[in-house]
Write a protein that binds this ligand. Structure first.
Ligand code: SAM
Length: 218
């Protein structure tokens, strides 16, 4: 299992009570996830996933654009989860369930749910050579995506790191489970594909870095 090397709390999160999240109806963990799974199976709605939702900007946007779908989302960054909780409450959203699980932890509980779309926006790039092993997307990850998707499921990945872009291309092409539908670095891409310009999208643009968006389909 890939350990999590990132930050769990931001410096600004001064007080954090785990009950704030654990008692929230739309938060899941390994204990209550089976109840959510039952609901999903009964409902027959499309289910999407966002891995590394950050502050939940794209997640909220997608959930409002496609109200008929359900969105599961995972990110161990608790400060982001607390922000997302507030937005869910304010906007009275009922089609998002989120967790602070890592992708590896989520795989252990996900069971036979298959996702229609999986968003991975700006996964941590770990640019130093000695840290590349920490990257989320590698061949093993692609094999795992195969287990949680069906024919025509889509995987949408954005990154502003050229070396990671090459690793993404290589990991998918060596596994052959998904075909590359589109690979673009046009400035308009997020608008065209109806993806929210997240914090890391805006940062990359401000710093004039090229953003690559990959869309794979099973
Ligand atoms: C660079 S941030 C991007 C956040 C957001 N997607 C955006 O575009 O603003 C990467 C996020 O991925 C999360 N992350 C890192 N490893 C993860 C893992 N194994 N499973 C789920 N999320 C992970 C981090 O906590 C962080 O919030």
């Amino acid at each position: 299992m890939l350990p999590f090397y990132g930050r769990r709390l931001s410096r600004k999160t001064k007080r954090f009570n785990s009950f704030d999240l654990e008692n929230f109806d739309f938060f899941f963990n390994e204990i209550n996830f089976s109840d959510i799974k039952k609901k999903l199976i009964k409902s027959c709605q499309n289910v999407n996933l966002e891995i590394g939702f950050g502050r939940g900007e794209n997640l909220i946007f997608q959930s409002q654009n496609t109200k008929k779908d359900i969105f599961l989302a995972i990110d161990p960054f608790i400060s982001g989860g607390l922000k997302l909780k507030k937005k869910i409450e304010i906007l009275k959203i009922s089609n998002i369930f989120f967790s602070n699980a890592t992708f590896s932890q989520f795989l252990e509980i996900v069971g036979d749910i298959n996702f229609k779309k999986i968003f991975i926006l700006f996964p941590d790039p770990w640019p130093k050579k000695k840290h590349k092993k920490r990257r989320l997307i590698n061949e093993e990850f692609v094999k795992n995506l195969d287990k949680i998707t069906l024919k025509y499921s889509e995987i949408l990945i954005a990154t502003d790191d050229e070396d990671y872009s090459n690793q993404i291309l290589k990991s998918f092409s060596e596994q052959n489970f998904f075909k590359l539908l589109s690979m673009t670095s046009d400035n308009q891409i997020f608008e065209d594909y109806k993806i929210y310009p997240t914090k890391y999208f805006r940062k990359a643009k401000r710093e004039n870095r090229r953003i690559n968006l990959f869309i794979y389909q099973k």
